[in-house]
Design a protein around this ligand. Structure first.
Ligand SMILES: NC(=O)c1ccc[n+]([C@@H]2O[C@H](COP(=O)([O-])OP(=O)(O)OC[C@H]3O[C@@H](n4cnc5c(N)ncnc54)[C@H](O)[C@@H]3O)[C@@H](O)[C@H]2O)c1
Ligand SMILES: [Fe+2]
Length: 384
């Protein structure tokens, strides 16, 4: 028997229009001024505005920082921190996908733990002493679940590495999952971020540290994503979009507390080296990694099959793995994800270098099957 820890948001709201609570919560918590963290595309698309108009209705003071890129960098964090310090805010409101929420987390942590202002020393499990500046997170993708996780991912441009920073002090105090903010995602983004959520749910379900409470969350998330992703992406069905917003959050409640596996270790390298969108990298690699990992978790693979409505009776372990892998592959294809890594502008000659880096990624420790650098090379090659 082991001791398990769960860390979740203090408060969270869900559903279309949930953003309207932001001003009430701001006032109730006695905040004076916000730095809104978002990105330029979201400002241009009018999505940031949907939240700003709620703040404007109550004349709440804020300034906006939007100078960051997807797969955000140390430089993005430093610029945001400078803006935060200049504008003298006491709360961060993050409106965006994982990139935006992760930058807000890094700003919030450094603002209260200035000894980490080089950013790179936050890599891994940094020993911060103080809670972050309070963060209110409104995700616009479905998604990374960065609004409920204790992680943030920042690219160190110098070492060309995605730093996975794990720190309970960074969890947003308030998460507002307003699925109207996700409704206008372009199809490719909805597909990629939805497949990221599925990867979280599957890797979290089979990871080494999984236990009954996170199993409950991950299995439910897997079932919901299989039932809703295609409709949300291809038909823009409002109920399916809402269900995807909730499902990705449920997956986040789980994986944030137990970790992931080598789909993420390998995907992080594609993000760091080629700027591949995180969800696309995961989606392409997921079936190949499951083929490898399956033998270490056959009973759980069988449960995944049942959760998504497959007939799993009287199958050999090999058939169980194949059936689940096939279902994952079909789902990815149905939402337009490419089947092979070679379509992602990845150079085959880099596989050795990528494999060495992936082995060192913090997510590797959670993988259900022991893995060597040559195993990772073989998986990349198969996926290529
Ligand atoms: N903190 C965590 O726990 C965690 C978990 C998984 C991934 N991540 C990280 O999150 C980042 C990826 O985040 P993401 O996948 O949410 O994408 P993103 O935040 O990188 O956004 C990708 C693009 O989509 C745009 N966009 C976002 N929402 C939109 C909307 N509703 N409509 C139109 N355009 C929209 C953005 O402006 C951006 O250009 C990666 O850096 C990844 O490593 C973090
Ligand atoms: Fe992810």
């Amino acid at each position: 028997m082991s001791v398990n820890r769960m860390i979740l948001n203090e408060t969270s709201y869900f559903g279309p229009g949930a953003r309207n609570v932001v001003s009430k919560e701001f006032l109730k918590r006695g905040y004076q001024k916000a730095l809104v963290v978002t990105d330029k595309s979201l400002v241009k698309a009018g999505i940031t505005e949907k939240v700003l108009e709620v703040l404007d209705t109550e004349f709440l003071p804020y300034e906006v920082f939007s100078d960051l890129k997807p797969n955000p960098t140390v430089e993005s964090v430093k610029k945001g921190l400078e803006k935060f310090q200049k504008c003298k805010a006491d709360v961060l409101i993050a409106i965006g996908g994982g990139s935006v929420i992760d930058v807000a987390k890094a700003i919030g942590i450094i603002a209260t733990n200035p000894e980490f202002s080089d950013v790179v020393s936050l890599n891994g499990t940094a020993d911060t002493k103080n809670r972050s500046i309070p963060i209110i997170a409104l995700p616009t993708t479905a998604g990374t679940a960065a609004e409920v996780t204790i992680n943030y991912v920042i690219t160190d441009e110098k070492s060309v590495t995605k730093m996975v920073c794990v720190d309970p002090n960074d969890i947003p105090v308030l998460a507002i999952i307003d699925t109207e903010l996700m409704a206008e995602m372009p199809k490719s983004l909805a597909a990629a971020t939805g497949m990221d959520a599925l990867t979280h749910a599957i890797e979290g379900y089979i990871t080494k540290g999984s236990w009954v409470m996170t199993d409950m969350m991950h299995l439910k998330a897997i079932q919901m994503i299989f039932a809703n992703l295609e409709k949300a992406v291809n038909e823009k069905d409002p109920e399916a979009i809402n269900n995807m917003g909730i499902a990705q959050y449920i997956a986040g409640m789980g994986f944030s507390n137990v970790g992931l596996g080598i789909v993420h270790s390998m995907a992080h390298q594609l993000g760091a080296v080629y700027d591949t969108p995180h969800g696309v990298a995961n989606a392409v690699l997921l079936p190949y990694v499951l083929e490898f990992n399956g033998e270490a978790c056959v009973p759980k693979m069988e449960e995944i099959g049942r959760a998504i409505g497959l007939d799993m009776d009287a199958l050999t372990p090999k058939e169980i793995i194949e059936k689940v892998v096939q279902a994952v592959r079909s789902l990815a294809l149905s939402v337009g994800i490419p089947e092979k890594m070679r379509y992602l502008d990845v150079s085959k000659e880099d596989i050795k270098m990528l494999s060495k880096k992936a082995l060192k990624d913090p997510c590797t420790a959670g993988n259900p099957r022991e893995v060597t650098v040559s195993d990772i090379e073989k998986i990349y090659e198969k996926a290529y």
